[in-house]
Design a protein around this ligand. Structure first.
Ligand code: PGA
Length: 249
């Protein structure tokens, strides 16, 4: 059974007071009428505080990044066990901003996925093409490599514990959303690739989120597509009212 998961990626926004205010607004007004799993992914500095505020609510906690080692001399980095210890269930891996600005390769992301899974975290693995790749008909090729290399070596049982987020880079933070048809086409392709890496039943059970300028006014149409099982939301998750309108779509 696929879960519908909507995650809010706050990126490098909010100070602690703003984060607390946002969480209070979400907690008090999330009705869960669609039976979806809602995840908030605040910056590392707010994870403990947000985790405490979320106690007793069904909203889950995720981190935006993780370092692929158990422990050691890696100044400034955070291990999967540390994330678990403050109550994280999810972690975003391979966001296009990490790939672009921090040069994270598919092989390095594969290691992050391994460590996250080993420590009982559910990774949200991001894939997606840049504008020039779409324009030169490279979309499927790029995504195929991100999936094959990033997910290499995982069993079907492990793959079932990974969430995939399709985020066309040209749609992130730009206000340009992929049309529901464009998104569905790539989601169906991703599911087909996942089946090649495992089997059809496993691929069918994996949650594939869409991300890239998801807003209250386009979420319903996107979620109506057969292979779109959730959303990864950036900008619109930074205001309780717009994030609530999305999760209560
Ligand atoms: P956006 O960001 O909703 O602001 O486009 C999505 C993301 O980067 O995950």
């Amino acid at each position: 059974m696929r879960k519908t998961i909507v995650a809010g990626n706050w990126k490098m926004f909010t100070d602690l007071a703003e984060a607390n205010e946002l969480i209070t607004g979400l907690k008090n007004n999330f009705q869960n009428k669609n039976q979806i799993e809602v995840v908030v992914c605040p910056p590392f500095t707010h994870l403990s505080a947000v985790s405490l505020s979320l106690q007793g609510s069904s909203i889950q906690l995720g981190a935006q990044n993780v370092y692929p080692e158990e422990k050691g001399a890696y100044t400034g980095e955070i291990s999967p066990a540390m994330l678990k210890s403050v109550g994280c269930q999810y972690v975003i891996v391979g966001h296009s901003e990490r790939r672009e600005y921090f040069h994270e390769s598919n092989a390095f992301l594969n290691k992050k996925l391994q460590f996250a899974l080993q420590n009982g975290l559910t990774p949200i693995y991001c894939v997606g093409e840049k504008l020039e790749e779409r324009e030169s008909d490279q979309t499927f090729k790029v995504i195929e490599a991100q999936l094959k290399e990033g997910l290499s070596g995982f069993s079907a049982a492990q793959l079932k514990n990974i969430v995939i987020a399709y985020e066309p880079v040209w749609a992130i933070g730009t206000g340009k959303t992929a049309s529901p048809e464009q998104a569905q086409e790539v989601h169906a392709f991703i599911r087909q690739e996942l089946a090649k890496l495992s089997d059809a039943a496993t691929a069918d059970a994996i949650t594939i989120q869409y991300g890239g300028s998801v807003k209250p006014d386009n979420v319903t149409e996107l979620m109506g597509k057969p292979d779109i099982d959730g959303a990864l939301v950036g900008g619109a998750s930074l205001k309780a009212d717009s994030f609530l309108a999305i999760v209560n779509y």
